[in-house]
Design a protein around this ligand. Structure first.
Ligand code: ADP
Ligand code: MG
Length: 394
């Protein structure tokens, strides 16, 4: 078990918190502040427990230069609004300078300060020890709260922990509990749903999960590479030609491991990659040569429903069809509804899958929606994430 902010005494201590405030911006205005509100429970906890809070984050890709279009000033303003108190922001082109040190030293219990975009320094992504120490010297405790960058060993995500005791914030605690818990000690039956465009993008995840799950459900564009491996006509469907052999191998591995592997049994075929395309729904061995598969069909949904409703743990990564087009979002939505109904721990990992679930208004029906696209995939691959590895064990 990783130590969290609950396990330490923060009263009167300067606490340096790595957040993920990499929010979308348009013309200097934040267009979606989800990532800021997500960090509020941790920030509020620290404040209420008398910590002197110093927040840091990256935003965008200033590429190691103090480019002011990437200043965190708008984030400081939004934080002040949300917290109902003035969040101190000392914008420095080098992130930490004497003015910043002085401001940090003057903090009183419950005060909150935000540092400038850590990627204004190229030493950030280089995980430079000097920069990490400059950051660490501002504080006495490091709190990891940025899951979106936890798979990167940067100065502010990993390096600082060489100089400070590190614990997790509430967001990281939840990610470790659910993603880690699912992979390491899932309640069974444990079912993984893999979708998305290409098999090639997900090979390490599928290989790792195949060792753990009771059933593996395949959907989305990657299904056609499996169909190809099985000898079906796939028409103009998306094909990951380099990975046909891999698909074949996976089918064999699943069989050998006694993992139930489910592939779509019917397909929504379209005559163009367009929401207005003409469509037919056919069994999987009947795909017309001049059409492409853009969604799973209703028989497939029924088949998957049975397995999913019997599951105790479900991990879902990758949509079942081209859900961005309403006419091909039906399968993805149906699966999301099954998960909402299922009496199981349901975990959504992957940017597009999370977006799909939000779009259907089902986000609050899931046990956990991971906040880190790339990071959640690496977690599911069984990799050690540098930003998580630095957090102290109990
Ligand atoms: P995630 O972000 O959840 O990991 P991916 O990025 O792997 O998911 O895959 C999402 C993309 O896969 C979506 O843009 C979706 O349109 C695409 N996709 C799903 N099914 C198909 C299909 N049958 N043909 C082409 N693209 C598909
Ligand atoms: Mg994606």
């Amino acid at each position: 078990m990783k130590k969290t902010i609950r396990d330490i005494d923060v009263k009167g201590k300067k606490v340096l918190v790595r957040c993920d405030f990499n929010v979308p911006m348009q013309d200097g205005v934040i267009t979606d502040d989800n990532r800021i509100t997500a960090a509020m429970p941790t920030i509020s906890y620290l404040k209420e427990h008398g910590a002197k809070v110093i927040l840091m984050s990256h935003m965008g890709r200033p590429k190691g230069q103090p480019k002011m279009e990437y200043t965190l000033q708008p984030v400081a303003d939004r934080l002040s609004q949300l917290l109902g108190q003035d969040v101190k922001f000392v914008s420095s082109p080098v992130v930490v300078d004497d003015a910043v040190r002085a401001a940090a030293a003057e903090l009183a219990e419950g005060d909150i300060m935000l540092l400038e975009n850590v990627r204004f320094r190229k030493e950030e992504t280089d995980n430079d020890a000097g920069f990490a120490k400059d950051l660490a010297d501002l504080a006495e405790i490091f709190v990891q709260e940025a899951f979106g960058t936890a798979h990167r060993a940067h100065a502010s995500t990993a390096g600082v922990a060489d100089y400070l005791p590190a614990v997790s914030g509430f967001l990281i605690e939840k990610e470790v509990k659910f993603l880690g818990g699912a992979v390491d000690e899932p309640e069974r039956p444990f079912v993984a749903i893999m979708g998305g465009a290409k098999v090639g993008d997900k090979i390490p995840v599928i290989e790792n999960l195949l060792k753990k799950v009771d059933a593996l459900i395949i959907g989305g564009g990657m299904a056609y590479t499996f169909y190809k491996a099985m000898g079906f006509e796939i028409g103009k469907s998306i094909l990951d030609a380099d990975n046909i052999d891999f698909a074949k191998e996976l089918l064999e591995k699943a069989e050998a491991a006694g993992v139930k592997m489910l592939l779509p049994i019917d397909v929504v075929c379209a005559d163009a990659f367009s929401n207005d395309a003409n469509t037919v729904i056919v069994d999987r061995d009947q795909m017309p040569a001049d059409m492409e598969g853009l969604d799973i069909g209703p028989k497939t949904v029924e088949l998957y429903r049975e397995t999913l409703l019997a599951a105790k743990t479900v991990v879902w990564n990758g949509p079942m069809g081209v859900f961005e087009m309403p006419n091909f979002a039906v399968g993805t939505k149906a699966i999301a509804e099954v998960l909402a109904e299922a009496d199981a721990v349901t975990i959504i990992g992957g940017g597009d899958s999370a977006a799909a679930v939000e779009q259907f208004g089902l986000a609050d029906k899931m046990t956990h929606i991971s906040t880190g696209g790339g990071a959640s995939l690496e977690f599911l691959e069984g990799k050690v994430l540098p930003g998580i590895a630095v957090i102290e064990e109990m």
